[in-house]
Design a binder for this molecule. Structure first.
Ligand code: AMP
Ligand code: MG
Length: 473
């Protein structure tokens, strides 16, 4: 099947123990749910085929010409416990496409059938998590936060067994690459230094060509991940499953399983139904990324000429990670308050607002969005306390050049609210894609006021509140 995509499959040219070649498992009756036309154009798809052809391609029934399908192997710490072999248990890398800007991008099918890494799983995904990832990852991209993208979603026409029978689907994911901390851990655990070296060389050439060796490589990954986590926190995002196999080397957000954007602000918020200890709660994310990066640093030690010196140096670098996240966090939250300049007392101002928000269960997104126009006050039950804070903020912001413009460009009006995502999924399962289309349209311009979409900026009603999101299995 031709798609006019220019494949160049460099991962498939790595040593054979990096992956298993295999085709996606065909599905019964593929039906196109969504195609991301903008992303398709970026990738160089000039002539878009008809829906039937697209469904055949992006279900995996007829892989595109030039693809070299394979399942990647990796390991990872899941909730702190190490699994020496995970790998793509329900995903197939079709290959890499060099996009119209010359960037190399992975095309991966997720939900495409069993692989040697499936263990007990069926290799499939149901429509809910597929559409959640589609909407949330694209929203993240429009918020300006590095992320994998969604190119297509296809219903398989098959039912899959979860707690009930659910309609199956396949997501086509586009990523800078799918190399994870866990990819390094796989070879590190096997003490395969040659493979580690080959993987490091490959990942550096692909993502950090300026890095001259493992230390610069580590530094670059730390910088991107520290920034990423701060960006998540600046929009109230909780990843939910920050395992090392879900931490990319590229610095993109990956794996939207039990993730969510917060409504009411509370630092201990956790949605994931499988995260009973709250390991990946909102406020824990900086510490967790430091922990994950420590695992990555360990994998690079065998590549260093003086390993004792490397351990000492890398330890320092890892200990600095929470401070680096904090520095990014401070920069981003200053902007959220309309502050272009930096002053010592700003941190206090930010923290005091967040404390008040937590005490008053103020909506994270709507409070920041409205700070400049007084509607924010309604978010607080203790209005006097808010007024006292607002007076301090007004005094601080007074000398700033254009705080409102800065705030409007930093504080989104629209995020993919959990209850709207759940409603969208329920509609899609019933055959109605209209809520999906509307969400996608509104979330494409998150920083624009869109009065006609007021309902999507609203908090959930009591009976709409989503208590937990479930792992996308
Ligand atoms: P995740 O929690 O989605 O990051 O997945 C963790 C591991 O479980 C990865 O190795 C996945 O490929 C695997 N996995 C998740 N769901 C399934 C499934 N339905 N079938 C096979 N493997 C799965
Ligand atoms: Mg994963």
């Amino acid at each position: 099947m031709t798609l006019a995509l220019r494949f160049d499959n460099s991962y498939a040219r790595l040593p054979g123990d990096f992956f298993t070649r295999l085709d996606p498992t065909p599905v019964k009756a593929p039906r196109l749910l969504a195609l991301n036309a903008g992303l398709a154009a970026e990738l160089g798809m000039t002539d878009i085929p008809d829906a039937g052809t697209l469904a055949a391609i992006f279900s995996g029934n007829t892989p595109p010409e030039g693809a070299a399908p394979l399942a990647q192997v990796y390991a990872g710490h899941q909730f702190g416990g190490f699994s020496p072999r995970l790998g793509d248990g329900r995903a197939i890398l079709l290959g890499e496409v060099v996009d119209r800007d010359g960037q190399r991008r992975d095309l991966q099918l997720k939900g495409s059938g069993p692989t040697p890494y499936s263990r007990m799983g069926d290799g499939r995904a149901w429509m809910g998590p597929v559409l959640r990832e589609y909407v949330v990852s694209e929203a993240m991209h429009r918020l300006g936060i590095p992320t994998t993208r969604a190119l297509a979603a296809v219903a398989t026409g098959e039912e899959i067994a979860r707690e009930t029978l659910l309609p199956g689907a396949v997501l086509t994911r586009v990523a800078a690459s799918h190399i994870r901390v866990g990819t390094f851990q796989y070879f590190f655990a096997r003490r395969d230094v040659d493979a580690l070296q080959a993987l490091a060389d490959y990942a550096m050439a692909r993502h950090y060509p300026e890095a001259e060796g493992p230390e610069e490589f580590l530094e670059a990954v730390i910088a991107r991940q520290a920034r990423l986590v701060a960006q998540w926190m600046s929009v109230g995002f909780i990843h939910g499953v920050m395992n090392t196999d879900n931490t990319t080397i590229s610095g993109e957000t990956i794996d939207y399983g039990p993730c969510a954007f917060m409504d009411a602000y509370h630092p201990a918020t956790v949605y994931s139904s499988i995260d009973r200890q709250g390991r990946y709660a909102f406020q824990n994310q900086p510490g967790i990324i430091a922990w994950n990066l420590a695992q990555f640093a360990s994998c690079l030690v065998p590549l260093m000429p003086d390993q004792d010196a490397a351990v000492a140096r890398f330890t320092e670098m890892i200990h600095a990670v929470p401070d680096r996240v904090h520095a990014e966090w401070l920069r981003l939250f200053r902007a959220k308050l309309g502050l272009a300049s930096a002053r010592e007392e700003d941190e206090r101002l930010i923290v005091d607002l967040l404390t008040l928000m937590a005490e008053n269960q103020a909506d994270f997104t709507n409070t920041f969005r409205a700070l400049g126009n007084d509607v924010a006050r309604d978010q607080f039950t203790d209005r006097d306390a808010f007024d006292r804070w607002a007076a301090r903020w007004q005094a601080r912001v007074a000398g700033e050049p254009d705080p409102q413009a800065l705030m409007d460009a930093t504080n989104p009006a629209f995020i993919p609210r959990n209850h709207r995502v759940e409603q969208m999924i329920a509609a899609a399962v019933a055959g109605d894609m209209a809520p999906f289309e509307r969400l996608m349209q509104v979330l494409a311009r998150p920083f624009d006021d869109q009065p006609e979409a007021e309902d999507l900026a609203r908090l959930p009603l009591l009976d709409e509140v989503v208590q937990a999101t479930f792992c996308g299995t």
